[in-house]
Design a protein around this ligand. Structure first.
Ligand code: 5GP
Ligand code: ZN
Length: 118
């Protein structure tokens, strides 16, 4: 299911260009257009799901969530981030800082992350 107005659905359809890293049945990993770290990728769910809560409302949500997290780990390892470490983030809703309402996992690395995040 795709949403014609959604940026990530349009990326998945190839209507908006992106730098792809990894492609699987459940999701696609791309480089973020506005990187917040030397390495910043997004693992985007293949189907239009607004967030994790919505994903778990449907059948097979746990399996898809697990696959997206696994893809995020693979992306980090492929980028050579695993010895030093990296951050995986899912922003949810306005207070979570989510700006694109299509489920995605951020993978950030290549610099020291700080806590608490902004
Ligand atoms: P959020 O704020 O929803 O957690 O993350 C959305 C992310 O999508 C942001 O980091 C933003 O830079 C990225 N983004 C927004 N539009 C595009 C786009 O057209 N292409 C790519 N590659 N990333 C995008
Ligand atoms: Zn979408």
């Amino acid at each position: 299911m795709k949403d014609q107005t959604c940026i990530f659905c349009r990326i998945l359809k190839g209507e908006i260009a992106s730098r792809k890293i990894l492609e699987e049945m459940e999701g696609v990993a791309i480089h973020d257009v506005n990187p917040q770290a030397p390495f910043h990728a997004l693992v985007i769910s293949r189907n239009h799901v607004p967030d994790m809560a919505a994903l778990f409302e449907g059948d097979g949500g746990e399996q898809i969530a697990g696959k997206l997290m696994k893809m995020a780990v693979n992306v980090a390892q492929q980028a050579g981030l695993s010895p030093e470490g990296y951050r995986m983030v899912v922003n949810s809703g306005d207070n979570g800082g989510q700006t694109v309402g299509h489920l995605h996992v951020h993978v950030l690395g290549g610099r020291q992350m700080v806590w608490p995040p902004g």
